[in-house]
Structures are given as structure tokens and as C-alpha cells.
Design a protein around this ligand. Structure first.
Ligand code: SF4
Ligand code: MG
Length: 315
């Protein structure tokens, strides 16, 4: 709730930071048990930072982050330890997140070594079972990461995240680095695992056509702000924020008889160092009104579960 995070940049003569990147600004949302909640937006919109805040890899400057009712944003690493295994991450670059000098079985077993007191034999039993579940062969357990394709590496990353039976998985662009032909397979696997293990996902992506396949609800971020949140169907059928409308107008429709007008976004994304005073999207919005330059739009619920931050919907 109302989470903000800045990062210092630049230095004065005395070595103090003199500028701040406003990466996440007053962001609020709920993620419900068992759902896939997606965060979408262009690169630099604050979606990865938001994921890292939820996972306690970063501490917010203000606001609160609750996990299963418990405020976690200001816990120390020690206090956080028992909760650590409940939230696991899957990363975009499966190769970069797997230590090349470790065998796959040790890579997958590592979280068990950290979080449990299982014996080696018990750990290997879990590893072999998980390899099968993610669609790899237990015969591959002794190989090294470079012996696998990109899609297989991502399956290893997924198995590794699953070892400690997490409740929440934050998947940051998990299929963006994969061949298009492999993407659907990994999405299907994630969907299957969600049902099998009762998982909740926060799915981070820049790609609205990917997000449409996997999400229950979606938040759209722009310049570190959440500008619209809605159940998937509502968002795709009746997007309300001009930014969401522009993003969706660029998503190809499979039906060739269906024509839609593409909204081209002009102008640059403003700097997150000097945030605009009014609406973050004002500089690129074709519907911009005088008040948009003066006043930040507040988030309003325009339909049940459909939240939008835009002056067009002021009463
Ligand atoms: Fe456009 Fe104004 Fe709405 Fe911002 S508040 S998206 S500038 S209409
Ligand atoms: Mg990112």
C-alpha cells in the first residue's frame, strides 16, 4: 500500500547524492491467493523494482508491504528468514541466474540446503522428482547448465524455485529471453504448476499478448505509477486509461477481419528524476486536459475491481 522507492544518482562535491530516480511511486495493489497477478509496462516503468520490493530484495522508502497479513517491508534479514522460502523468484535470464560451475542437481537442491535440514539423500529425492515435474529427465541431474537449451535452463530455474514449496512466485519476464516456439511451453508449465502446487504468481512482463494468456488480474505501470488495475477480461475489452488503450492498440489480433486503430504514442517517456507535477502520462496523452498538467490523478474504482488513475473519470 502506497509503496515508493527511490534510488540515488549523481553526486555533489561532498559525495552526497544530489538526484533521485523515482522508480516506484505510491503503488498499491492486492494479490490474491492462487491467482496470477501481472504487472505490465515498458522497460523502466518500475515493474522489476516492484517485484524486488515484494521479495524483500529492496526496502521501500515509504508505504507498507504485507505478506499473508504480516508487514514485511521493514523486517531485518534475520526476521525475514522464516518467510524467505515462501517467496521465490524466477528470472528473465535463466543462464545468468544459474551458476555455470554447479551441477544441475546441486543448483536445484541449493535452496533446500539453505532453508531445510534435509539429508543429501532426501534432497536428491526432491530434485529428481522435480526434474520430472518440470519436464526434464532425472538422468540430466549430473549435467551442467551449459548442456541445456534456453527453455530447459528456465525449467531448471523453475524447479529450483519450487524446491522449498513457496507460496508466492515472482516471475520477472520469465519467457522474454526464450524463442517464441518455447515460450508457450514454459507458460503452460507455469500454469500446470500453479494448479499442482497451489501457487500464487506475480508475473512481470512488457508484453501484453503474453500477459493475456496467463493473468487473472493485471496492473499497468507507467513511470513508476500504477495507472490501471483490472481483471483481465475488463482490461482487454474495456481499457480505460489512455496509456493502456495505446498499449493494447499495438497488440495484434488473430482475426484478420477485425480492424482496430493503432494509437501511436508520441513523445518521450519523461525522466523519473524529475517527475511531472500532474499526470505522469500527460506529455504523451492525446486526451490531456489543463488539469492533467497541474494535479496528479487519484486512483478511482470505476467498476468493481477496475481501478484507474486518470482525470477523464473524475466525477
Ligand atoms: Fe491523459 Fe489526463 Fe488521463 Fe493523464 S489524467 S491519462 S493526461 S487524460
Ligand atoms: Mg525489468
Amino acid at each position: 500500500k502506497h509503496v515508493s522507492k527511490t534510488f540515488p544518482v549523481g553526486k555533489t562535491i561532498l559525495g552526497k547524492p544530489d538526484k533521485f530516480v523515482h522508480a516506484v511511486n505510491d503503488v498499491s495493489f492486492d494479490v490474491y491467493k492462487g491467482e496470477t497477478f501481472s504487472i505490465v509496462g515498458e522497460s523502466g516503468c518500475g515493474k522489476s523494482t516492484t517485484g524486488r520490493l515484494i521479495n524483500h530484495l529492496l526496502t521501500p522508502d515509504s508505504g507498507e508491504i504485507k505478506f499473508m497479513g504480516q508487514e514485511i517491508s521493514h523486517l531485518t534479514q534475520d526476521q525475514m528468514r522464516p518467510l524467505r522460502k515462501d517467496v521465490q523468484m524466477i528470472f528473465q535470464d535463466p543462464a545468468g541466474s544459474l551458476n555455470p560451475r554447479m551441477r544441475v542437481e546441486d543448483l536445484i537442491a541449493e535452496p533446500l540446503l539453505i532453508h531445510t535440514d534435509m539429508s543429501k539423500a532426501e534432497r536428491m529425492e526432491v530434485v529428481h522428482e522435480l526434474l520430472g515435474i518440470v519436464g526434464l529427465s532425472p538422468k540430466h541431474a549430473k549435467r551442467y547448465p551449459h548442456e541445456f537449451s534456453g527453455g530447459q535452463k528456465q525449467r531448471i530455474g523453475i524447479a529450483r524455485a519450487l524446491t522449498v514449496k513457496p507460496k508466492l512466485i515472482i516471475a520477472d519476464e520469465p519467457i522474454s529471453a526464450l524463442d517464441v516456439s518455447i515460450q508457450a511451453q514454459v507458460l503452460n508449465l507455469l500454469h500446470h504448476l500453479q494448479e499442482k502446487f497451489d501457487l500464487t504468481y506475480v508475473f512481470i512482463s512488457h508484453d501484453l499478448s503474453v500477459v493475456e494468456m496467463i493473468s487473472d488480474r493485471i496492473a499497468v505501470m507507467y513511470l513508476g505509477f500504477v495507472v490501471e488495475t483490472a481483471p483481465k477480461e475488463m482490461l482487454y475489452q474495456a481499457p480505460m486509461h489512455p496509456y493502456t488503450q495505446a498499449l493494447l492498440s499495438a497488440v495484434p489480433i488473430p482475426d484478420p477481419g477485425h480492424k482496430k486503430e493503432r494509437i501511436i504514442l508520441e513523445g518521450d517517456i519523461p525522466s523519473t528524476i524529475n517527475l511531472p507535477k500532474g499526470c505522469p502520462f500527460a506529455a504523451r496523452c492525446k486526451k490531456c486536459m489543463p488539469q492533467c498538467l497541474e494535479k496528479r490523478p487519484q486512483t478511482k474504482e470505476v467498476a468493481p475491481g477496475h481501478l484507474v488513475a486518470c482525470h477523464l473519470y473524475d466525477k
